[in-house]
Design a binder for this molecule. Structure first.
Ligand SMILES: C[S@@+](CC[C@H](N)C(=O)[O-])C[C@H]1O[C@@H](n2cnc3c(N)ncnc32)[C@H](O)[C@@H]1O
Length: 292
């Protein structure tokens, strides 16, 4: 088998519970700009994927436990923001190990439906270069934050400044008048006002040019569901008329604390390894850098 310089995911990712195809590895042609060979990727037994239940890796049977994640929690970095249908991170690491065992030298990992960046994080940790995109700007926002290291002192002084501005500002009449019916449906008046105050504080402390802006926007994004009337643990948008009040600043402060802890841990791990380069694109996607 010729060594591939890049490989990626195709299909809609893994499903561990329904006996569907788990992962399709697309062995790229020797050029990293080659079109992924999807046809051959679907054809066992080349570097083409595992089938759950009675499948084989290198000709030997794969026990069901091979894909069993058990009860182990994902690392904190993978839990900084909720996202539907995330990969379990170990799928990526197993895929890489499989490729290496098959003698494939992987330089670049691509994920064209990268979601919140599970594969991006694992690629970076493994010292591999990564290219990914997603049609959802919230997905690429989360993925960018998860794959960037921030100074903890920089984060601490900014959250302190956001908290103190939040205390001292009130939403303007114009801001309140601009609140749409849809927002009013999902948020109480109190939380709508607090979210407006928080947004103003974030905009002042971390303006567009700040490298910390995405971190705090990501934190803001992840408190929207818990501070709304959206039924907890429901993926479907559904109002819970009895949902207890959740304070906006309490939720934001604890979200930022959790993200800081994950960021510190990743920073400590990265200092002892060579991180891969990360290239994440929104939509429409720029062309991959030919010199990458
Ligand atoms: C199952 S999720 C991927 C989750 C990802 N593996 C993770 O761990 O976060 C599928 C993703 O495909 C994205 N998507 C759907 N259609 C797309 C398209 N035409 N182009 C790019 N991304 C698309 C969705 O926005 C969603 O984030």
């Amino acid at each position: 088998m010729p060594p591939a310089q890049a490989f990626g995911w195709c299909g809609q990712g893994p499903c561990r519970h329904r006996g569907q195809r788990l992962v399709s590895f697309v062995a790229a042609r020797p050029s990293i700009h080659g079109v992924p060979d999807v046809e051959s990727a679907m054809r066992p037994p080349t570097l083409s994927g595992y089938q759950s239940g009675g499948s084989s890796v290198h000709g030997s049977a794969v026990p069901p436990s091979y894909w069993d994640f058990g009860e182990r929690k994902e690392d904190p970095i993978h839990r900084i923001h909720a996202y539907p249908a995330k990969f379990p991170a170990f799928i990526t690491t197993k895929a890489l190990r499989y490729a290496q065992q098959a003698g494939v030298s992987v330089d670049l990992i691509a994920d064209v439906f990268c979601g919140c960046g599970t594969t991006a994080v694992e690629s970076m940790r493994s010292g591999k270069n990564f290219w990914g995109c997603d049609i959802n700007p919230v997905a690429t926002l989360i993925a960018q934050v998860k794959t960037r290291h921030y100074s903890d002192a920089g984060l601490r002084c900014r959250i302190d400044a956001i908290k103190s501005l939040f205390e001292s500002c009130e939403p303007t009449t114009a801001e309140l008048a601009a609140v749409s019916k849809r927002i009013k449906y999902w948020f109480s008046d109190r939380n709508t006002e607090d979210l407006l105050r928080l947004r103003r504080a974030i905009n002042r402390v971390v303006p567009n040019r700040s490298r910390y802006r995405k971190f705090f926007l990501c934190a803001f994004s992840n408190i929207l569901k818990p501070t709304s009337r959206w039924l907890t643990r429901s993926i479907k948008p559904q109002v819970d008329p009895n949902k207890p009040h959740k304070d906006v600043m309490d939720a934001f402060a604890s979200q930022v604390a959790q993200m800081r802890m994950a960021n510190r841990r990743e920073g400590m791990a990265a200092s002892s390894s060579r991180p891969g380069t990360i290239n994440l694109a929104g939509y429409p996607c720029p062309v991959v850098n030919k010199s990458a």
